[in-house]
Design a protein around this ligand. Sequence first.
Ligand code: ZN
Length: 316
Amino acid sequence: MAHAIGIDIGGTKIAGAVVDELGRIVRQERVPTPTDTGALEDAVVAMIGTLRGGEEIAAVGVAAAGFIDAAQSTVYYAPNIDWRNEPFREKLEARTGGTVVVDNDANAAGWAEFRFGAGRLVSDMVMLTVGTGVGGAIVAGDRLFRGGFGAGAELGHLRLVPGGLACGCGQFGCLEQYGSGRALLRMANEIADAGGIGQRLARVRAEQGALDGGLVGDLIQQQDPGAIAALRQLGHWLGEASASLSAVLDPQRFVFGGGVAAAGELLLEPIREAYLEHLPARGYHPEPDFVIAELVNDAGVVGAADLARVWVADHA
Ligand SMILES: [Zn+2]
């Protein structure tokens, strides 16, 4: 079977790879993300050409942050790139002469976990990517769930706290404000301010000027009680959100990815606790697994390539 190409347009770099049907990377490329949209399109076209070489390719999948239409063609809106109703698929197909599909980056990463990683043994899976923000992906009945307009599975904007903290999306109390890397830093700073178990956090903050994800992550690995308390708060919010998601989607497995997921079991434990505490009809509901993502760096390109392959199979 022909290889597919996956391209993941990130905030700082564009990663691309030729991927086989088992999700294995055959060869890959990486370039910085240009800020200008024309230069960005040129860079993606050039990368497709380089990756393709002389080989016959089944299709190209491109992943980017933003709202993509259900036809996997038009980027309605991208937070990091100056795209508004950008017909990216049409432009790339015209310039490369092959089939191209465009998908949301969190969807691509979730699909890669479902096909080749932590979700491969189930039919229904929810993935939460806990990075600076919170990304979401839903697989229901072995299919990626996109919603009627293509903008579904924005799980970071699930309302968790009515009238809660303001979110970048314009609403209040979204999961992203309580369950993201940014939220973890806020919680760590609050614990540092309170003294007690926060003393070491406060000392590191004073020495380094400010806390960041790397510093808090190091303190978590060193079992610092203040940093662990912040992680537990974060995990509780993620577990509470997972209970609500279970009521709607009933997945067999929740997968947690992103930088914060490097904490592993230390993150999963408070998630499971809060999940059980908030699960409707507890005791009468089979319990899903909570696991950490497996395809850390390659999920975007592998998932984008495989979604392109799925599109071709669906439209054969
Ligand atoms: Zn929001």
